[in-house]
Design a protein. Structure first.
Length: 392
């Protein structure tokens, strides 16, 4: 029996006199319309243009279909939309919104799409500082590092009286046998150990490193580079460096003291440190139990100041520079005179770091880290000169 097909498969009732029609002839569609907001933002801060300026294209100009600026923009927008793998661009190269962002609605050749595919983008991913026969796109690593700080500086109409640089190292899990792959005992997996430097919600540095190094490896060089660049534009800004106990190293603290940078570093508890501030820890613990609120006590030692804190019965030591105001409770009259806004809380300042950690753990890193091995730090009065642990 012959099948009877109805020509009116999508007959919908009219709504307020308007005819409702369903069809499959709507042309190319996209589910990434929100990317238009990213494009509008980029036109204001010129991120793609400035980032593309860090690359030099040595390809034959008459044969180039996809310019470096287009490749950089396509890669950045793809990552922002959640497409981390290059293979995703074999489909995204036909997406109309991505074409609008790239400024290329039509392909230049009949055998090409408006945007680049994974093979062309891979040439950008494999760029290096010196071009070779098979790598015609070179990058300026120093310019890329400086761009993050420049974007942070340009985001302010006027220099703030004080900024806080947050250092953090976290795990970037590996799901394959990448080069420089090591097991990290603290995170209990094979990973890289990237170094991040934040100032509020702004990312100032992200350095990929293997996991068989100390958490503070390379931190002095990164902080020195960032501080010099900031003070070139803001010579009078006060800089506070804040980090956990993984960065409580003599080299970093000595550099901060010699370069007028205040610091607040956590300290891992040990018998010598607890003995030094035993009275302060007991007083803070007693006050916290009585008031059911966090309590702090301070102890000044030669050269540096230690803080004993307690929260609901727990205790944690901190070390700060001679002038560092980690919270409003530690603010000095000189700091109150210079500050025009309340100090930001620890929770709000580490929020960008936490979000970056979450994002990095969901990624599959394939880059090769190039970080030097750190040397053993010198002994200090609080016992920070312990040898570097192999896995932490």
């Amino acid at each position: 029996m012959q099948t009877e097909c109805s020509a009116d498969l999508f007959g919908f009732a009219p709504v307020e006199g308007h005819k409702v029609v369903a069809a499959f002839d709507g042309g190319r569609m996209t589910s990434e319309a929100g990317a238009m907001l990213l494009g509008a933002t980029d036109r204001q801060i010129r991120l793609i243009e400035r980032f593309a300026g860090c690359f030099t294209d040595y390809r034959a100009a008459d044969l180039v279909v996809h310019e470096v600026a287009g490749l950089v923009g396509q890669r950045v927008f793809g990552i922002a939309l959640g497409y981390e793998d290059l293979i995703d661009h074999d489909q995204l190269r036909h997406d109309p919104v991505m074409a609008v962002l790239g400024g290329k609605l039509e392909e230049k050749r009949s055998d090409c799409a408006p945007l680049a595919g994974k093979s062309t983008l891979n040439r950008l991913e494999l760029s290096r500082e010196e071009p070779t026969r098979y790598h015609k796109i070179s990058c300026d690593a120093a310019a890329i590092e400086a761009l993050f700080v420049d974007l942070f500086l340009d985001a302010h109409w006027a220099p703030p009286p004080q900024i806080t640089l947050d250092l953090d190292a976290t795990d970037d899990p590996l799901h394959g046998h990448q080069e420089e792959r090591f097991f990290h005992g603290y995170y209990d997996n094979y990973c890289y150990l990237p170094l991040y430097v934040f100032c509020g919600r702004h990312l100032l540095a992200a350095k990929l490193r293997p996991a068989n190094i100390d958490a503070s490896a390379g931190s002095v060089e990164e902080v020195a580079r960032i501080v010099v660049q900031i003070r070139r534009r803001w010579p009078r800004v006060r800089i506070l460096l804040r980090a956990d106990c993984g960065f409580a190293r003599e080299a970093l603290m000595a550099w901060c003291e010699n370069n007028d940078v205040d610091f607040l570093l956590g300290l891992a508890k040990n018998s010598r440190l607890v003995g030094e501030i035993e009275a302060e820890l007991a007083a803070a613990r007693e006050q916290s139990q009585r008031t059911e609120k966090p309590a702090r006590r301070f102890r000044t030692s030669p050269g540096r100041r230690a803080r004993a804190g307690a929260a609901r019965g727990g205790s944690s030591p901190r070390r700060s520079g001679p002038k560092a105001p980690p919270t409003r409770a530690l603010s000095s009259p000189r700091w109150r005179a210079r500050s025009t806004r309340p100090a930001t809380s620890m929770r709000s300042s580490i929020a960008p770091v936490a979000r970056w950690k979450t994002g990095s753990r969901s990624a599959n890193s394939t880059f090769m880290p190039t970080a030097p091995r750190p040397t053993r730090c010198a002994p200090t009065s609080y016992g920070c000169g312990s040898p570097r642990w192999p896995m932490c």
